[in-house]
Design a protein around this ligand. Structure first.
Ligand code: NI
Length: 168
């Protein structure tokens, strides 16, 4: 296994749209392992392939307190959604920043698991939020895209300042 590099906003590669995976093979299983290792090392609860500069529709998650329930979703799609929910979100690609984001409260989604089986499931709460956040990544979208223009400007300034400090 190997830990991968997570891209940080405003890296333009985070805006690339990921391609559907043709089939779950050894390459996809290895990618999933590497992504999980990366996610655990960075203390994230979810990671999309786009964030490690791989344009394939693969996401990994672990929402358990014990960090022992890894999940991999290949070609995840949202079939139905209902309600609205606002939750504080952060992202490994936007370190040191979090804000409230409004999303669907309940979703029905479909994906392939690592055995290549087609799974359909209903999710709500944090699981629903996380799946929506990660699918957004596969479409080149970040949670900060939902913020008001004022908040986005503030964030951009903060990041420019951080980058300047690092460059010294
Ligand atoms: Ni994220």
């Amino acid at each position: 296994m190997s830990k991968l590099t997570v891209l940080h906003f405003p890296d333009p590669r985070l805006r690339k749209k990921a391609r559907p995976v043709a089939g779950v093979d050894a390459g996809i299983r290895q990618l999933s392992k590497d992504m999980l290792e990366t996610m655990y090392a960075e203390n994230g609860i979810g990671l999309a392939a786009t964030q490690v500069n791989v344009q394939q529709r693969v996401i990994v998650m672990d929402l358990s307190a014990e960090r022992d329930a890894p999940m991999t979703l290949v070609n995840p799609e949202i079939l139905e959604q209902s309600g609205t929910e606002e939750m504080e979100e952060g992202c490994l690609s936007v370190p040191g920043f979090s804000d409230l984001v409004q999303r669907a409260e309940k979703i029905t989604c479909r994906y392939l698991n690592l055995d290549g089986e087609l799974i359909e499931e209903e999710a709500d709460g944090l699981r629903a939020v996380c799946i929506q956040h990660e699918i957004d990544h596969l479409d080149g979208k970040l949670f900060i895209d939902y913020l008001s223009p004022i908040k986005k400007r503030r964030l951009r300034k903060k990041i420019e300042k951080q980058n300047k400090i690092r460059a010294l």
